[in-house]
Design a protein around this ligand. Sequence first.
Ligand code: DC
Length: 234
Amino acid sequence: METAARTAPAAVIVAIDGPAGTGKSSTSKSVAAKLGLGYLDTGAQYRAITWWMVANGIDVEDAVAVADAAGKPAIVSGTDPANPTITVDGTDVSGPIRTQEVTSRVSAVSAVPEVRAVITELQRTIAAEAPRGIVVEGRDIGTTVLPDADLKIFLTASPEVRAARRSGELKGKDAADLVSTQAALARRDALDSGRKASPLAKADDAVEVDTSELTLDQVIECVVTLVEEKRTAA
Ligand code: DC
């Protein structure tokens, strides 16, 4: 006869921040799947609100118009790492949010404080409701959204490696494309790191992992080990 019920591990909140092209999404999804946690792509939420602004004819350079509309769209994120979903007012926008039209505008929209307030509240609610815990990836998760996260990771990689990874995702690219990808990433980094409202930043207590010389599997292994160490220490 069992003498004690086996206790499930306590919910664990993992924040993974860093710029584009560092392997954040692939790492976060795999870590969540391996550990049975939820997964939240906060960049997808900023992309979704940007998609809605564009679809509704709002000039994204007009911060007042963006702020006034920030509370209107209903953004819903599905947190299964095997099938992360995102809808706006019930419409699946997982494809449209990855277009160049959205990518080139998302930094302007995500710099508006009213947008960040709405999306941050959404993120905190999702994290609080995740039964076994969650891996949340973004730019300001460890610093602003979930400052009490159990584990904070900040992923980096050299600009060359990041551009090569991004270009590699698009087949048939040449050297000129690589240069323009690197320039586009640098532009988005500057906007995301330079904005006033919760910029892209490493939290003081985050573990920095430079992924330049690591395979994806090595990065995943490293983060899984860090989570398990935290759980053992708790
Ligand atoms: O991770 P991504 O490239 O899909 O993110 C798209 C944009 O969303 C990014 O350029 C900045 C913004 N973003 C943000 O401001 N804060 C976050 N937590 C996540 C993304």
